[in-house]
Write a protein that binds this ligand. Structure first.
Ligand code: F6R
Length: 580
């Protein structure tokens, strides 16, 4: 993960980079740092701090001035969270400073062949020393070092005495924007917040040199190239005003609006897709990570249910190393909120190398996956800031539902419209949550579509409340997990499918017989006594995965806040997982 930012211009660029890092801190907030060539002495200064960019800002001298600055916000991969491991890293002679997003996979073997001293545990310090050891000018050194690196990188490099920033990229995102005030480079477009009309996105193995008044792009052989600019117009920078007590709550509450936007924009958007071609695919294979994988499970269900097509799913980190049987006539669908998840991108590349068709479902415009895929299906969730995905998930599920319905030629527009106009997210659940907040052992169970909701509900609770819970298929309980059930166990039972209501009742009786307490989440009245109940509003069954996840998002948020944690920035996680 990690976010990098660099700026060069006639004015003081320290505040530009600090502001950019604040926008990028969703990519990692373990530590942050900047390196700059102090004007006028041209001396390399580095400042780092553990924790958020605000901590760094407090440490920076008020009168520090520099025209050439690089910065970094870190999600720790190599080496624990401490100042020593925070970026930027400086080469042993003190001549070069680098910020890096990605992983140098062969850093140990490279390190063993180097004779200099190392001060951190990071792979990045190896990278910067490798650059220093090369011959040629700065760009040539960077290019030569890049060819020796196995792994992924987006780097910004400074050299003492040179008023330029050097960029290199492979498998981690990197883009540049410039105007009369100078040039800015960043891991993503949000760092450009409002200042620029367009930006230039580097492709893999490309380089760039930033000067005060121009940017020059190079290919892997350092031949000058031109890159087409991308217009920055639709991206919404404005929604960062927080009126709720967390971004997660704000985003949970935004879901009806998101689904309305999706409904009204989607039908226009999909006109451009080649439906006749899409209908000819015999099979669909979904690939994603985390919450997006859960949307895939839903998407595959919809395709099987409505289109009677073979649809399967894989977790990206598994798919990329599996002995996959690639089949012709299958559309490979990659779902990702960020469009930058390293494992998902690697899988998309793998499928492309086989010459097979790809589609991506992404929420961030201009992301790497959109550039790769043959078909792009955008979700219209707007910027999701909280690390735990909520509105992006329901937007993905809804988009995949509408996709399947359209592919099956089913006209459900009126049903969908009624749904998006009537969905609420503000049920008063506090009294239920207060009664269950004592539980520390929690299982989420359901069947079929409710099993997927169980997986997603459990993931939300784990990631923000740090409770070791699981989601499990209700029928699977008796094959092992029931051994864990006792009177201190809470089972969240999701039951939204009429045909499976009685099966769920049997499962709940098995749980009760072992003393487990049940929180039933359902629109139906069930014929057994449960300990706690969340009554869902009643919509068509295929819409219930969206309805039923909302109280589970609130549940996770309640547990998180009752334990005193920050839901927006859970420990050990980052919003965009750009490393393997
Ligand atoms: C969980 C969560 C993660 C992401 C996963 C994939 O709330 O946010 O599990 O879903 O890291 O991220 P994207 O969708 O950006 O590929």
């Amino acid at each position: 993960m990690c976010g990098i930012c660099g700026a060069i211009g006639n004015e003081n660029q320290i505040s530009t980079v600090v502001a950019g890092l604040k926008k990028l801190d969703y990519r990692g907030y373990d530590s942050s740092g900047v390196a700059y060539l102090q004007t006028p002495q041209n001396q390399l200064c580095v400042q780092k701090s553990v924790g958020s960019v605000k901590n760094l800002q407090k440490k920076l001298e008020k009168n520090a001035f520099s025209n050439v600055v690089i910065g970094h916000t870190r999600w720790a991969t190599h080496g624990n969270v401490c100042e020593k491991n925070a970026h930027p890293h400086v080469s042993s002679s003190g001549r070069f400073a680098i910020v890096h997003n990605g992983i140098v996979e062969n850093f140990e073997s490279l390190k063993q062949r180097m004779s200099c001293d190392f001060y951190s545990d990071t792979d990045t310090e190896v990278f910067v020393n490798l650059i220093e050891n090369q011959t040629g000018n700065t760009l040539q050194k960077l290019q030569k070092a890049s060819t020796l690196i196995k792994g992924s990188f987006a780097v910004a490099l400074l050299e003492v005495g040179i008023d330029k920033i050097f960029l290199a990229k492979r498998s981690s995102p990197l883009m540049v924007a410039f105007d009369h005030r100078g040039c800015v480079a960043a891991s993503d477009i949000s760092a450009f917040a409002g200042r620029f009309d367009c930006c230039w996105i580097l492709n893999d193995n490309e380089f760039a040199v930033l000067e005060k008044d121009k940017v020059t792009f190079f290919d892997q052989k350092l031949k000058k190239i031109s890159i087409k600019p991308i217009k920055i117009d639709e991206y919404d920078f404005a929604e960062e005003n927080l009126q709720e007590d967390s971004f997660m709550l704000k985003e949970i509450k935004e879901q009806p609006v998101v689904l309305r936007n999706t409904y009204f924009k989607y039908f226009a958007e999909i006109q451009n897709l080649d439906w006749e071609k899409l209908k000819k695919f015999h099979a669909f294979h979904f690939v994603a990570c985390g919450t997006a994988y859960h949307s895939c499970l839903m998407g595959a269900r919809f395709l099987k249910q409505f289109c009677k097509k073979n649809a399967t799913c894989d977790i990206a980190s598994e798919f990329r190393y599996d002995n996959n049987i690639f089949v012709k006539n299958c559309l490979y669908i990659f779902v990702s909120q960020s469009g930058e998840t390293a494992d998902t991108i690697a899988c998309a590349n793998l499928v492309k190398q086989k010459g097979l068709p790809t589609m991506c479902v992404t929420n961030v415009p201009y992301c790497t996956l959109n550039n790769l895929a043959d078909y792009v299906l955008p979700t219209f969730a707007g910027k999701e800031i909280a690390v735990a995905s909520t509105k992006a998930y329901t937007a993905q599920v809804f988009t995949l539902l509408v996709f399947a319905l359209r592919l099956a030629n089913l006209d459900c527009q009126e049903i969908l419209k009624k749904f998006v106009l009537n969905l609420q997210t503000t049920q008063d659940l506090d009294s239920v949550f207060k009664q269950i907040e004592k539980f520390k052992k929690i299982f989420f169970v359901g069947r079929e579509q409710d099993f997927v909701t169980a997986l997603e509900g459990a993931l939300k609770l784990k990631e923000i409340a740090y409770i070791g819970c699981i989601g499990i298929a209700a029928g699977e309980l008796k094959h092992g997990t029931l051994a864990l059930v006792d009177d201190e166990t809470l089972i969240v039972a999701i039951s939204t499918q009429k045909s499976l209501k009685e099966k769920m009742e049997s499962n709940m009786l098995e749980i009760k017989a072992r003393g487990g307490k049940i929180l039933l989440v359902s629109q139906f009245k069930h014929d057994i006594d449960v300990d706690f109940l969340i009554k869902l509003p009643d919509f068509e069954e295929f819409l219930m995965p969206i309805v039923s996840i909302i109280p589970l998002q609130h549940l996770a948020l309640h547990f998180c806040q009752s334990l005193g944690y920050n839901p927006d920035k859970p420990r050990n996680l980052a919003k965009s997982v750009t490393v393997e």
